[in-house]
Design a protein around this ligand. Structure first.
Ligand SMILES: *Cc1c(COP(=O)(O)O)cnc(C)c1O
Length: 477
């Protein structure tokens, strides 16, 4: 399996999986995708059904990943999957259980990992892949990242204890929820460096960009990233679409729809990959909050990046985006993999005009029929009403992001086609909104008891590039 860039020229190099594992963007500024999606037929899906039932999620992950990875020994890859997906890491031995809601809806429970958000499913695999590849190269990696909450903690819990990986994670001082702070800052490991920057999330991101942009420094200190454009994270997410489809369907050609709360288009892109492989996914329903950059595109054909001032701070904060970093991958497929057109849109029109417009093109007209996409959005009032309603009708407490999904799923649910909502986090992470919706605190799973009481391990840092560089220099041998 070779990989190609969304902006790639026909004669550009075609790296393998392990080559792009530790990279971010392709050298031409595009994102990597497989040259062609591997195809699965009903017989393979039938084998996977038996595999999942008999040997479990890690075995299914191994079967799916082998289609995308041909430069890691198959037995080694199996070990990687087993270390990433087991019941010492996830709260359920099924890893991703499903449960039924009223009205033909289902929930795929993706939040059983150490940080109670679906990002654990990708990060746990990424950590194991990193360690394996670094061992093979006899190298070390210093992950430098910025987080407003979920990504950073998932990365830290996945990379802790890996001998070849160290993590420097920048957070905006005082701006995460007490629970999110406690999750990260209670980690007591020399290889995990929490940094509280005197600034907002954008300042943290700018610091990361400035330091990673100093190529000599980046090389000297082996800096790397774990951001959502990493292909390995996406391919890990393909597995839970397959697993959820297997658990909800009863025959090997039964069609199932998915509704996905969306920010950077990572999660739903994995659904698109699964559908493109031939997994019988009927419709991919995209749900946004008030930050409806993507909902607007799927309804109108216009993709318009928002300014910071136009980006709302909502009660589903992990979806508060001004642009969607993975969206270029989907546009590449939508435009028949025409890299020259993608380059024109993302490298020329978007920086120049702040938007591009595909309305009136045959590709946009074919979106629903060919790609199965529909979309809608949700508001704060919708979230509160949906959280309360799902609790009353189904006896299940969902988090505000999942509520965006359930609200939109109900708009598109059709009799006879099950609709799976991908649960994105546990309510305990967003208790303020839960209290507003139902008048009481969410239950706290045992594994998070008393974390706010634990000693905090965090370095305060001014919003200054040189200060960050000297911190890295003192911590990296
Ligand atoms: C990251 C995240 C999202 C958005 O996912 P994307 O892959 O960026 O679309 C939604 N909800 C929660 C809780 C998240 O952590």
């Amino acid at each position: 399996m070779r990989y190609t860039s969304t902006r790639g020229l026909p004669d550009a190099p075609r790296p393998g999986f392990s080559d792009i594992l530790l990279e971010g963007l392709a050298p031409d500024g595009g994102l990597y995708l497989p040259e062609a999606y591997p195809q699965v037929d009903a017989a393979t899906l039938g084998e996977w059904r038996t595999l999942l039932a008999g040997q479990g999620y890690a075995a299914l992950a191994h079967a799916v990943l082998t289609l995308f990875v041909d430069d890691i020994d198959p037995d080694d890859l199996r070990g990687i999957c087993e270390r990433a997906y087991n019941d010492t890491v996830f709260s359920s031995p099924e890893i991703v259980p499903v449960s039924r809601l009223e009205g033909g809806l289902w929930l795929a429970h993706l939040s059983g990992g150490p940080t109670a958000a679906f990002k654990d499913l990708a990060m746990q695999l990424l950590g194991q892949l990193f360690e394996y590849e670094l061992e093979r190269r006899d190298a070390q990696l210093n992950v430098l990242g910025a987080t407003s909450g979920d990504t950073g903690s998932a990365a830290e819990y996945a990379m802790r204890g890996l001998p070849r990986v160290r993590v420097f994670m920048l957070t905006p001082a005082g701006r995460m929820t007490p629970f999110q702070q406690a999750q990260m800052f209670s980690l007591d490991e020399p290889s995990i460096v929490n940094v509280a920057v005197d600034g907002v999330f954008d300042d943290c991101q700018d610091l990361v960009k400035a330091v990673a942009g100093d190529l000599a420094f980046k090389q000297r200190y082996s800096l790397g990233a774990v951001n959502s454009i990493n292909w390995a994270r996406l391919v890990a997410q393909v597995v839970y679409y397959v697993a959820s489809w297997l658990r909800v369907s009863s025959t090997d050609d039964e069609r199932v729809s998915f509704c996905v709360p969306t920010g950077n288009f990572g999660n739903i892109m994995a659904g698109h990959v699964a559908r493109s492989m031939g997994v019988p996914i009927d419709t991919l329903v995209l749900a946004t909050n008030e930050n409806n950059v993507l909902d607007e595109f799927f309804r109108t054909g216009v993709y318009r990046v928002r300014s910071a001032a136009e980006t709302h701070a909502t009660s589903s904060p992990s979806m508060d985006i001004s642009k969607a970093s993975n969206f270029e991958r989907f546009v590449f497929d939508l435009l028949g993999r025409d890299a020259a057109r993608v380059r024109e849109l993302f490298a020329v029109e978007l920086p120049r005009d702040g938007f591009f417009d595909l309305s009136g093109t045959p590709e946009f007209a074919s979106l629903a029929a060919t790609f199965g996409f529909v979309s809608s959005s949700s508001t704060h009032a919708d979230r509160l009403a949906t959280i309360a309603d799902v609790l009353t009708r189904d006896g299940v407490l969902i988090d505000p992001h999942t509520a965006d999904g359930v609200k939109v799923a109900r708009e598109f649910a059709r009799p006879g086609v099950p609709m799976v909502v991908t649960e994105t986090a546990l309510p305990v992470k967003f208790s303020e909104t839960i209290v507003e919706a139902i008048g009481r605190e969410p239950e706290r799973p045992e594994r998070f008891a008393g974390i706010e009481e634990l000693p905090r391990h965090v370095v305060d840092l001014p919003n200054d590039v040189d200060a960050l560089k000297s911190l890295i220099a003192t911590r990296v041998p």
